[in-house]
Design a protein around this ligand. Structure first.
Ligand SMILES: C[S@@+](CC[C@H](N)C(=O)[O-])C[C@H]1O[C@@H](n2cnc3c(N)ncnc32)[C@H](O)[C@@H]1O
Length: 409
């Protein structure tokens, strides 16, 4: 059997040795032996473990594909994620201050997407296995809040009622004060019997709301999330930050980056995660592509007290970014795009008179590309903070502050 030394961790969490050849669940510095199959080392045995190796806290880690790096200690994972961001920024010649990584604790995901399948006699509910479409049951998952796992019996019933043996169901489960809010896709078409059975299940399991495809089939109590104490009822399946802890850390970073601006624009605003708390101190204009989200944001603002004026606009910011003229009245912009980043909108921010940008990104590569545009237009990248809401996974999320001397406009 050959031996290898792992040199680094790839961005999917695999150990990489000279070749390159890849070994699952290995860490840099480890000396391993195994059998080479193509470019993968199988049947790995670790001859010399890394000092960062720990026993995985979750009993499902071996089979479940939800987590990639539970075999490494927290300090290693934080440094690895920071390194991914640093490498992406350095590729664009960018330097900055890196703040200490903020990691959400175990059992703190308040929102998760479970998969479900009907088996011959029963229902299977869980996460996909690593690089596979097999559904793994995860009753002992240490990633999500226990109340999310407590929804599994309700999900299993839904599979038996409305799942077919051919397809897979997908359940987006979000915790709210009123009970789990569940959005299901991939189920059988609704008929009267299914509708009645699902509505009964909402009551019996204390769900707040159940949506089947595009339709709400049960509403026991409108689910509310609170953004720093401001209540919003998000539409079914809406984007929310993955953990409350991560949301708080991101909001703190964004609040600092926005500073004393009295007029700000929140681009890719969702249903108001940042807009509404920031409206305690500034007037906000929220721009977002999905109308259900801007509607929820405005309803939240109307029901809240003590906030300054908030307006909202439904707009596709990839095709129709806000132009310098429209940005003229704002002193700061918050920008939190999807993984693709915000090339078109960032070009317009660069050309505008805005001199403060507070950014959140879930993709270091597109973030670095967009950051390069701002820096070329005279912005400093003041600092970057990795906020790890996706503990033990390969996802990387960050907040950043950009500023430049006032250029008017
Ligand atoms: C990463 S989420 C951030 C949402 C919000 N800032 C939050 O923290 O809850 C990105 C948001 O961008 C919106 N979005 C995606 N593509 C868009 C587009 N082309 N134009 C405008 N908004 C878009 C999504 O609906 C989603 O709400």
């Amino acid at each position: 059997m050959s031996e290898w030394v792992i040199e680094r961790l790839g961005h999917l969490g695999d150990g990489i040795a000279a070749g390159p050849v890849f070994a699952q669940r290995c860490l840099p510095g480890e000396r391993i032996t195994g059998r080479l199959e193509g470019d993968r080392i199988e049947d790995v045995r670790i001859l010399e473990p890394s000092p960062h190796r720990v026993s995985p806290p979750c009993r499902h880690f071996k089979s479940c594909g939800g987590c990639a790096v539970q075999h490494a200690d927290d300090a290693f994972v934080a440094e690895w994620k920071l390194g991914i961001v640093r490498t992406a920024l350095e590729a664009h010649g960018l330097e900055t201050e890196y703040r200490p990584v903020h990691s959400s604790p175990a059992r703190s995901r308040r929102r998760a997407v479970f998969s479900g399948r009907r088996t011959k006699r029963d229902a299977l509910i869980g996460f996909h296995g690593r690089a596979s479409d097999v559904v793994i049951d995860v009753p002992g998952c240490v990633l999500v809040e226990p109340a999310l796992l407590a929804a599994r019996p309700a999900l299993a019933e839904m599979i038996l009622l409305g799942g077919s043996r051919k397809g897979e169901l997908s359940f987006t489960v979000t915790l709210s004060a009123e009970g789990p809010d569940i959005a299901v896709s991939g189920g059988k078409p609704l008929d009267l019997d299914l509708r009645m059975a699902l509505a009964g299940l909402v009551e019996r399991h204390g769900l707040s709301r159940l949506s089947w495809g595009d339709e709400v089939v049960g509403l026991r109590a409108a689910p509310r999330v609170d953004f720093d104490g401001i209540a919003v009822t998000p539409p079914p399946g809406a984007f929310l930050q993955a953990t409350r802890d991560g949301e708080t850390a991101l909001l703190k970073a964004i609040t600092e980056a926005v500073g004393s601006a009295r007029q700000a624009v929140d681009l890719f605003a969702g249903c108001g995660t940042f807009t509404l708390p920031l409206a305690r101190h500034a007037e906000l204009h929220a721009v977002e592509g999905a109308k259900e989200l801007t509607d929820a944001l405005i309803a939240g603002w109307r029901n809240a007290s003590g906030l300054k004026h908030v307006s909202a606009e439904t707009r596709d910011l990839f095709r129709r970014p806000l132009l310098p003229d429209e940005l003229r009245k704002f002193e700061a912009a918050i920008i939190d795009p999807p993984r693709a980043g915000a090339l078109a909108q960032t070009e317009q921010l660069a050309a505008s008179g805005i001199d403060r940008v507070a950014a959140v990104s879930c993709n270091p590569v597109t973030f670095a590309r967009d950051a390069g545009l701002l820096v070329a237009a005279g912005f400093r990248l003041d600092w970057v903070q990795v906020v790890d809401q996706f503990r033990w996974s390969t996802h990387v999320e960050l907040a950043a502050s950009f500023s430049r001397d006032h250029i008017g406009g």
